[in-house]
Design a protein around this ligand. Structure first.
Ligand code: ZN
Length: 80
């Protein structure tokens, strides 16, 4: 009777390993598909910035008044 339990356990472990392997392959395939779609979308829609549109700038807090200003520019509190 104990040997039957061992056989069932072994078969269960083999099935578990098989299904984990299968599931991981499916996840990897789905992940690759999503990344390919993202890359395709990025390649198609990346250079969409129109001339005259502001470029994204880093904002830094002013050391004197704490208001956020573009990096490398003088704050209005210093000009006044
Ligand atoms: Zn300031």
């Amino acid at each position: 009777m104990l040997s039957l339990v061992k056989i069932i356990f072994t078969v269960g472990v083999i099935y578990a390993v098989f299904f984990i392997y299968k599931y991981r392959r499916r996840i990897a395939a789905a992940h690759k598909h999503v990344m390919d779609e993202k890359a395709k979308a990025a390649a198609g829609a990346a250079p969409a910035r129109k001339p005259g549109m502001p470029v994204a700038q880093d904002l830094v807090p002013c050391p004197k008044c704490g208001s956020y200003i573009a990096a490398g520019t003088a704050c209005s509190c210093e000009k006044a």
